[in-house]
Design a protein around this ligand. Sequence first.
Ligand code: FMN
Length: 131
Amino acid sequence: MFIPVFGNGDIKTPEKAKLYKETYGVDGIMIGRASIGYPWIFNEIKHYLKTGEHLPAPTMQERLDAVKQHIDFAVKWKGELVGLLEMRSHYGNYFKGTANFRDYRSQLVRKGTLEEINEVLYNIEQEFLVQ
Ligand SMILES: Cc1cc2nc3c(=O)[nH]c(=O)nc-3n(C[C@H](O)[C@H](O)[C@H](O)COP(=O)(O)O)c2cc1C
C-alpha cells in the first residue's frame, strides 16, 4: 500500500522545498503562509524542482492583475467594507520588493471604498506601467 507523505511548515523558498524533497523524500509539499499575497510561489517551486532554475519575479502587471482579482473576490464574498478591510493585510505582500512603493501602500491601507482603491490602483498603473 502506498501512503503518500507530505512535508510542510515554513517552506518559503524553492531551495527549501528542494531540501525537503531531497532530505526527507516527501511525495508532496504543502505551502501556507508563503502563498499569502504571493500566489506565484507554487509555480516558482514547481519550476525550480523541475529545472533547477528560478523563474523571474512577477511583473508589475501580474501583481496588479492578481491584486485586482483578489479585491474583486473579497468584495463579492465579504462586501465592500469588510472585503477592503481584509485586503489591507495583503497589499504589502503583493507589492513586496517594489521600489518607491511605500506611499502607494499607505494609501491602499487607508482608503475605505472601492472607488478610492481603484483610483490608487489607476495611479499605480500610470506610474509603473504607462511609458
Ligand atoms: C493561506 C493558507 C491556506 C491553506 N490551505 C490549506 C488547504 O487547502 N489544505 C490543507 O490541508 N492545508 C492548508 N493550509 C495549511 C498548510 O498547508 C499547512 O498547515 C502548512 O503546514 C502551513 O505551513 P506554512 O504556513 O509554514 O507554510 C493552508 C495554510 C494557509 C496559511
